[in-house]
Write a protein that binds this ligand. Sequence first.
Ligand code: NDP
Length: 280
Amino acid sequence: MVLINGKTVSAEIRNRLMQETAELKNKTGRMPGLATVLVGEDPASAVYVRNKNKICGEVGFQSFGQNLPAETSEAQLLNLIKQLNENEEVNGILVQLPLPDHIDEEKVLLSIDPEKDVDGFHPINVGKLAIGNALLTPCTPTGIIALLDYYEIEIAGKHAVVLGRSNIVGKPVAHLLLQRHATVTICHSKTKNLKEVTRQADILIAAVGRPHFVGSEMVKEGAVVIDVGINRVEGKLIGDVEFDPVAEKAAFITPVPGGVGPMTIALLMENTLKAFKTTL
Ligand code: NDP
């Protein structure tokens, strides 16, 4: 069994981005810029945003942190996004979700310039992903593909089973796997005979959001198991996969934490650099 190390892979990506950013800065005098928008004081969201701004600094990007009070109106937020859309120093805009209830999330995501949509959630980019020609694709799913590639795990022709159909993980990772010529099955809460389906997986992606949901009886001998789940149980981070018994059967497996998690921010930086390069 090979333990997939997301910390190492994400650190290598960040190093590569740092070098490329320094070279581009020398050549053009410009640097990529990422604007993070946080509305309210949700502690988990605040930590995510702080980390994103910190990594921005590490790879040599400019970061524009916009921390707004919880009572910010939808109109005020839309106005801020309009300004960020127009600001040439900002190449990526990330609105940290969830937003407070009085703000329409869909309206806000739609207002982001698709060329600055580094989360890849704008319907234009979702559509492009479905067609197969998106530049900016969602960070966690793209990070999963980067992990498979790093470990030279073949995707083409393999049966990939995706557990979960969210717009953030399940659906986009299924599209990316399809684009890479996997045969893809998407499962969800209404799937019948789930175990029989997941046992067919050469590559099993677990994005269910339920601690230890995937037991060894759901996994084929020699499968590649990617655990996207981040569940907080009694202060500990627990994945969607029951690690020890599944690791005995799997050929490759990601731990939680230290697997998919660290990839998300690295791919956010990669998207910001991609968006920046289109402006050169
Ligand atoms: P959602 O809650 O949006 O989606 C969960 C999916 O799992 C749904 O499609 C749901 O089906 C399906 N599901 C739930 N229960 C079952 C069941 N009993 N049998 C089969 N399918 C089931 O979660 P997300 O996709 O946003 O996130 C999934 C996990 O990944 C979470 O733990 C989250 O914290 C983590 N995550 C980690 C990230 C990272 O950076 N590592 C980034 C994003 C998320 P249905 O659609 O029918 O309801």
